[in-house]
Design a protein around this ligand. Sequence first.
Ligand code: ZN
Length: 438
Amino acid sequence: MKKLSERTAVWLKVTPQTPLLLTGKTAVSNFQQSQSHISGGTLRGAIGSKLLRQSRQAFEALFADEEPYFGNGYYGNGSPIWPFPLTAQSCKRYPGFVDESGEEKHGVIDLLADDFAYDMVSDPMLFADLLPMSRERLQSNIGDWFMIERLDIPKGLNPEKCPDKKAKPGRCAICCKPLAPINGTYFAAIPKPFNSDKVPVARKTQVAINRARAVAQHALLYTQERLDVVDQGAFYAQVSLPTDKVAVLAAAIEGTFYIGRGRSKGNGRIVIQIITPPEFPSIAGRLYDLNSRLKGAFQPYAKAQPDKVSAQMPGTFFSLTLRSPAILHHAGRPLRVPTSQMLNLSQATHIHPVRAWARLDNVSGWDSAARLPRRRELAVRAGSVYLFWADETVDPVQLQAELERLELNGIGAARERGFGQLTVCAPFHYADLAGENK
Ligand SMILES: [Zn+2]
């Protein structure tokens, strides 16, 4: 097998010069909706077709052998943004990070660690095979384990504000309303998590002209959505590519590009730049912080039932958070959770998936080379989160190096079109998000 080159992550800033109409969603009758992000496939198509017009050679310099993986471009107001993880929850009544806008928002929390800790202490047999060290202790004590109450009470929760005057998990720390997942929106992470702006969308209803009679035609009334993003924010996408192709990419993105539909009406002109990548803590630091957070989540149970629950765990936990949808297949069937083998880690048999927060969605797209729609398929939704456990036999230093590579390579199929990009041990899962409340 050919050894793969080392990859580098490069960030692209895509600045629209005219409005965009990006159709990924199916156009229903005469209402054309725009997708709110630029898919990796669209960027790849725009750059690839421009190079092909130059020469076969120019095209192959970037795309032959190991392809670049163009990630999805998400709209940010000055910095890269990420889809909210499915583990994120916010107040049902006043969702969002507390910020300077003056709008009432009650903050965001992440439940990865608390969900996992509660699952494990309330149904330890689920994990008995994964944590052999505790199996005997688990079996001798199993009787009353299922009665354990959830103990992850949010910091600062004021019982006086709750209907029954009792502080409970799953409630907003400020107003005691239930927490709900955050769907379909994005957050910026640099330097601290904050709410990203929504993509401005304009809708225009027009009447098409009957060419033969040169008058407006009744049945041809249609509405078009456009992303009205000129002179506002930009789209940010990560590209992972072999290190020796970075210069080739930099040359390839010079000039202007056209993406999406309605180009004859002036839509879709963009310029692309390479920007300095956002600074992220090292994988080693992230692993340490996530594992500390997980231990912390067991603490309330260990304190309540010291003879049964321990906050000490052997081995190393790591999480994978999808920044874009992932297409995972095994033996021709779609998977919701990747197998350890799919992660390309050398000690796969000692690495176990322990918990997933993941959903499957239909995806489709347009193959511009074939001028045909792509086959619809099932993909795991962006924001899905997986928690894996590497047992004590796994060398932590080697694991770190391999996780670094995994973050650059992504998982699953169609990675060249932006699928399967992920963050290892995303700081979102251990950062003090609720601290933003104060
Ligand atoms: Zn609230």
